[in-house]
Design a protein around this ligand. Sequence first.
Ligand SMILES: [Zn+2]
Length: 443
Amino acid sequence: MNGQEFIPKEISPGNFSEYDIKLNMGNDGKFQLESTVVVKNLSTDDWGQLTFYFIPNMFTKSVSPELEYPSTVDFHNISIDGKKAEYTLEEDTLNIQLMEKLKPNQEIKVYFSYELTLPEEGLRFTKSNVDNYHLAQFYPMLATYRNHQWNKEKYLFRGETYHNTYSNFKLTYDIPKEYTLVSSFDQEVYPSPNKGLLEVENVKEIFLAILKDPILVEKNGGTSIRVFGFEKHKEELYREIADEATTAFNYFEEIIGPYPFKQLDIIIDGLGMEYPGIVTAHTIYNSDPVNSEALKSMVVHEIAHQWFYGMIHNDPFYNAWLDEGFAVFATDLFSFKKLNLSKPYTKYSIDPNMVLPVNLPLDQYESKMSSYIYGKAPTMLWELFNKNEGLKEIEQFLKSYYQFYKYKEIDSTEFMRFAKYYFDLKDDSIFEGWLEIEKTQNE
Ligand SMILES: [Zn+2]
């Protein structure tokens, strides 16, 4: 680190939004929703339309005909400041025409009323384990706006192709009595009341799990860590997961920085995935549930995302390596710490055939996306350190990164600027072969 002052440059989301969602679940598994979003234009352009992601539409019969049990989606009304609005919905792109231009710093209120059912075998937004409802990205989510346009990419069934910024959320819910709600909100008790109002501020999205008869293992430190499992004979494993999660959580708080909520929920069901204040872990893409040791490691990885995604964030379509690479890096650091390895460098080598950079847009990788994002990216982060630095110095790097970038969006260009400052580098040679200078982001 050199002695000069460093000022981080965050990437502007181009807007700010606040969500007020009313959710009513019927006994038949049908959801009635009303969602109000106050949208503020923080760009320098006049807007003629708004662009939202609406991911439940990806699992309908018309978009995913191969699904045996698709989702259903029915919009009753979309209106703006009380007037019915024109819109188009194609795949997960919901465009709403504005009758009057929305000028910089102006705000408007968009109202959606709609109903939906969840698919089986969906992705994140899905029914699971017979009677669990995983509501990921179940509401229209405002896209970011940058470089004079809406930043909305095509949905892919691999990786995360949606990108939101921090927002405030209010949820009013009403669910059948035999279910319990476990979610991004951190004021929850178990079992949850079947009706309630919850609020959370400054999160990228909200995730709701509506669960039937879970087994709960809870650890109460400063933050309550709650593990929800579903197989009676695995209670011992759930206890071990709760212990491992608590140790990892405390380690990350100590070496990176504070976690912002009172609760962290871990659902042992569904695809390994991170959301603010809650994670799911059980399977990886197209596979059976992972074994116990891999499951614990998956839980630690998803917890690491509470910092890398939850607090320091990046567009996962353009810069997936930033949250995934750092989550893997932090998870490895945790395992080295457990093994008492003071200089953990030798584990790594780079496959000479992996010649692409790690920061290409997701649609430019063919079959090897995961090897780049989860393999080459953290390996190259280790390469930033010279082999004399011990665990303490490496931990310090994460702390500094967090202090500069918490609640900010970062991209590869900004990461390079930070790394050059931190390691006192004179040129870009250390990034050659793994980071490509971006063309479209960070204008
Ligand atoms: Zn991850």
